[in-house]
Write a protein that binds this ligand. Structure first.
Ligand code: GDP
Ligand code: ZN
Length: 401
């Protein structure tokens, strides 16, 4: 089973233990966020997958070769991928992008802080807006509190989830750094995250990463083509297939910037260390292409959409009208109208762009985009707005025209 069947987003407030939990569950360390934060660049998503196993005797789920409860051998059951989303408020756009390729979520809430914290609220709203159904809560860091405090905190989580689609979501106490109760968490995850109905139809991949794997100075004839990574949201792709990418690559012509559609061919499909002939919806895949690697380096294609060359291309917008609906639990008070030319950060699929409000009529807003995006009427677009020098999740929007 090379390709994971599920992408589980690991979300929650900064420092609540997302990265620790992801590495404890998968045995792999996901990209650390802190280094990237220091450099002030766009955050990459941490990504790791794991094959879960089931005990051949008692049925307990774990990631281990032998059952942690009864010691009997285990059997591989399902491969699940974890997307470790940054919890820092300035990186909300990355979480929004990640939510477009999550099939479920592991929501980490630390027991040694009052619930909810600001990003606990925002992440919950993002999951809700993205329509993510399969959610498990890890009440983490229970080793730092007394039993009584843990119970009170559990009550705060239940209260916080009340009235949301996650009112009955399982809450599993964990101590991620010592591996405490992770078996129970794995069982709850496998139980909750049943197979999701996959969108049939045209082959579409949302680009979540792109790389140039060549070392500097590699001679031209030895260059390896650009790599495009992401999650397939519908259909499938095969090695040898001709594909196109929109909006594509940023180019400068006579001092003016524009985006150029790219056409290429899939020369290989990889998941971790394994090669595949065909990739389907689910865990992230990396497509090797014939593109000039200079076009794919440094995540330059993140947010683009890759599709079969034979299919009708998706629509690309550099301005559009949105119907914007504010969320019910906002962290700041906002005026119901936008200032003229007010900038909004928009999350559309894995793309993040800035839109300037050029016209407003009740809920309808016309926006001019700094960077064009692929969008369709079925997309849920996340809208962030500036308040007190911070970008806050403000609402969701639908494309009108
Ligand atoms: P993230 O920002 O949510 O990814 O949080 P990290 O995984 O980076 O964890 C933040 C800090 O909390 C680190 O120093 C971890 O070692 C620590 N930590 C994580 N989980 C636990 C836990 O269950 N118990 C305790 N005592 N510390 C934890
Ligand atoms: Zn067992």
């Amino acid at each position: 089973m090379p390709q994971a069947e599920f992408n589980v987003g690991v979300v929650g407030h900064v420092d609540h233990g997302k990265t620790t939990l992801t590495s404890a569950l998968t045995g792999k360390w996901t990209d650390t966020h802190s280094e990237e934060l220091k450099r002030g660049i766009t955050i990459k998503l941490g990504y790791a997958d794991v094959v879960f196993k089931q005990c051949t005797r008692c049925g307990l789920s774990s990631a281990k070769e032998r059952c942690p409860k009864c010691g009997a051998p285990t059997q591989a059951t399902r491969k699940i991928a974890f997307l470790d989303a940054p919890g820092h408020e300035t990186l909300m756009a990355t979480v929004i992008a990640a939510s477009s390729i999550m099939d479920g979520a592991l929501f980490v809430i630390a027991a040694n802080e009052k619930c909810p914290q600001p990003q606990t609220i925002e992440h919950l709203m993002i999951l809700e807006a993205a329509g993510i159904k399969n959610v498990v809560i890890a009440q983490n860091k229970v080793d730092l509190v007394s039993r009584q405090q843990a119970l009170e905190h559990y009550g705060q989580i239940r209260e916080f989830l009340k009235g949301t689609p996650y009112g009955d979501a399982p809450i599993i106490p964990t101590a991620a750094n010592s591996g405490g109760n992770l078996d129970a968490l794995v069982s709850a995850l496998l139980e909750t995250i049943k197979s999701v109905p996959r969108a049939e139809g045209k082959a579409r991949l949302l680009v979540a990463r792109s790389f140039d794997v060549n070392k500097p100075g590699t001679p031209f004839e030895k260059l390896f083509g650009g790599i495009v990574g992401g999650s397939i949201v519908s259909g499938s792709f095969k090695v040898g297939e001709e594909v196109r990418i929109l909006p594509g690559a940023l180019r400068t012509h006579k001092g003016k910037e524009h985006y150029q559609e790219l056409s290429t061919k899939i020369t290989g499909i990889r998941v971790g260390d394994e090669s595949l002939e065909e990739a389907k919806p689910g865990g992230l895949v990396a497509l090797a292409t014939t593109l000039d690697p200079a076009l794919t380096g440094a995540d330059s294609l993140v947010g683009s959409l890759l599709f079969a060359a034979k299919d009708e291309p998706p629509a690309v917008y550099s301005s559009f009208s949105l119907e914007i609906t504010p969320l019910s639990r906002l962290l700041e008070k906002f005026s119901s109208s936008f200032a003229s030319n007010e900038p909004l950060v928009l999350g559309v699929g894995t793309a993040t762009t800035i839109g300037f409000v050029t016209k407003q009529k009740k809920k309808l807003c016309e926006l001019t985009l700094k960077k064009p995006v692929c969008a369709s009427k079925s997309d849920v677009i996340a809208v962030m707005r500036r308040a007190n020098n911070r970008w806050r999740l403000y609402g969701t929007a639908k494309l009108v025209a």
